[in-house]
Ligand binder design. Structure first.
Ligand code: ADP
Ligand code: ADP
Length: 237
């Protein structure tokens, strides 16, 4: 479970990214955060794996206050809480396979990744995860030879390879056309159901949020201004 308790984040220049957020997200939920640009969606998501650090309150992940984390505990948190980005964040000149295996081994430093020598188990795991998003035929393509939709699918395979309990997706479809966006959202939703991975996605289109979410959190100016199931949003609009 993820719990925000009186959580606020003020950036060094004084901008308030989050204002006194109190919210609980249960295991296995598929939550979509909606709001205009600047509403605080990205700050909300990035707080959960400490890409940004809230300045007041508590943020609990599986009962641990992650605001106290550093070094080793932060690395463990980021292994457990995987992330997908708007611009995929793949290593462009590297192969799809190498990108996906990095979810498991990390890129730099490990002898295996320097020598491109992976165990059969590493390869199998990467291949199985690529199959889940139907992109296994691109195994040996360079990441930058793929379309945006394909790159985002590879980034989903990469995050699966790290075996997370939570997936954070920060505007994962903002650079994609509508059909490709639906395809990516469908994969995220399917993986959430099958693997029971808690999934939190930022979107700036309410229609798409309503199509995929169990629960919608609406943000405006750093505050949560709506929190409820999709059915209630429909009744009120
Ligand atoms: P969203 O994801 O909804 O577009 P953000 O979380 O990115 O919103 O931003 C929330 C607010 O914090 C905005 O006013 C934004 O300009 C500000 N902000 C975001 N990142 C920084 C930063 N690194 N330094 C200062 N202000 C920031
Ligand atoms: P998807 O719907 O899966 O994202 P697209 O229909 O956008 O795929 O792309 C179709 C084909 O065009 C893909 O096989 C992809 O490799 C290729 N392609 C798309 N964009 C690029 C690009 N920027 N550079 C090279 N190849 C691309």
């Amino acid at each position: 479970m993820i719990e925000f308790k009186n959580l606020s984040l003020t950036y060094p220049n004084g901008t308030k990214g989050l204002k006194n957020i109190n919210i609980k997200i249960n295991e296995g939920e598929f939550v979509v955060i909606v709001g205009l640009s600047g509403a605080g969606k990205s700050t909300f998501i990035r707080s959960i794996n400490r890409l940004v650090t809230p300045t007041e309150g508590d943020l609990l992940v599986d009962g641990e206050n992650i605001l106290k984390h550093n070094g080793k505990s932060l690395r463990e948190l980021r292994k457990k809480v995987g992330m997908i980005f708007q611009n995929y964040n793949l290593v462009k000149r590297s192969t799809v396979l190498k990108n996906v295996i990095s979810g498991r081994l990390g890129y730099t430093g490990t002898l295996k990744s320097i020598l491109n020598m992976y165990s059969k188990e590493d390869m199998n795991m990467a291949y199985e995860n690529l199959k889940r998003v139907n992109i296994e035929e691109k195994l040996y393509s360079r990441a930058d030879e793929l379309s945006g939709g394909q790159q985002q699918r590879v980034s989903i395979a990469r995050v699966l390879t790290q075996k997370p309990n939570v997936i954070l997706a920060d505007e994962p479809v903002a650079s994609l056309d509508p059909p490709t966006s639906h395809q990516v959202m469908t994969y995220l939703r399917q993986i959430n159901k099958e693997d029971k991975i808690t999934t939190i996605v930022n979107l700036h289109f309410i229609d798409m949020a309503m199509e995929y979410a169990d629960r919608i959190i609406g943000m405006r100016a750093g505050e949560v201004v709506y929190d409820g199931p999709v059915s209630e949003v429909t009744e009120k609009t």
